[in-house]
Design a protein around this ligand. Structure first.
Ligand code: IMP
Ligand code: MG
Length: 183
């Protein structure tokens, strides 16, 4: 089936995202105020725009690292199996960690990643996700900071893709497929 025939309806404007990122960064900076150096861990690839904006608003000494897991492939359905494609470069034992994710959907990805990172005995580990789709949750995850709760719609933009497209949109939009018969 060809899914290239779709439009994107704006859901969250670039301006609202910027304001929310600033507020989140303020809370995170307060929470980790006494850290010697925070390790900000971005989950590739969807979080790359969010993490770039977020770290520039953090009032903390920090470093940035990335972790990549396998996920949806090029479709819109969640696969339950989570594999690590690229691991961290940093040792995180005894350190302060902030995991930055684009969307919490079923929760499987974060649950797996958090279990893995906790097994390495960080000092503190918190999670910040830009978007949350609570209606889709299958497993419990304790996300410390959430940017926006959104309805059960497939979204793109601000780093988030559909089949590797639309990551460069400056806002978050919902994908709406067009029925070709109706034009
Ligand atoms: P989970 O394991 O089901 O929670 O899936 C989380 C991952 O699925 C996110 O990090 C995204 O990469 C991807 N994902 C979930 N919902 C969407 C969406 O609406 N658009 C694009 N990717 C999504
Ligand atoms: Mg992802």
């Amino acid at each position: 089936m060809d899914h290239s025939n779709y439009v994107i309806d704006e859901m969250i404007s670039a301006k609202s995202i910027a304001a929310r990122v600033e507020a989140l960064a303020r809370e995170i900076s307060e929470h980790f105020a006494d850290t010697d150096k925070l390790v900000v861990v971005g989950l590739l690839r969807g979080s790359f725009v969010f993490i770039a904006d977020l770290v520039r608003e953090l009032d903390l000494p920090c470093e940035v690292d990335f972790l990549e897991t396998s996920s949806y492939g090029d479709g819109t359905e969640s696969t339950r199996e989570v594999r690590i494609l690229k691991d961290l470069r940093s040792e995180i034992e005894g350190r302060d960690i902030l995991v930055v994710e684009d969307i919490v959907d079923t929760g499987h990805t974060l649950k797996h990643v958090i279990a893995l990172l906790r097994s390495r005995n960080p000092k503190r580990l918190e999670i910040c996700a830009l978007l949350d789709k609570p209606a889709r949750r299958e497993v419990d995850v304790n996300v410390t900071w959430i940017g926006f709760e959104i309805p059960d719609k497939f979204v793109v933009g601000y780093g988030i893709d559909y089949a590797q497209r639309n990551r460069n949109l400056d806002h978050i939009g919902a994908v709406r497929f067009l029925d070709e018969k109706k034009g």
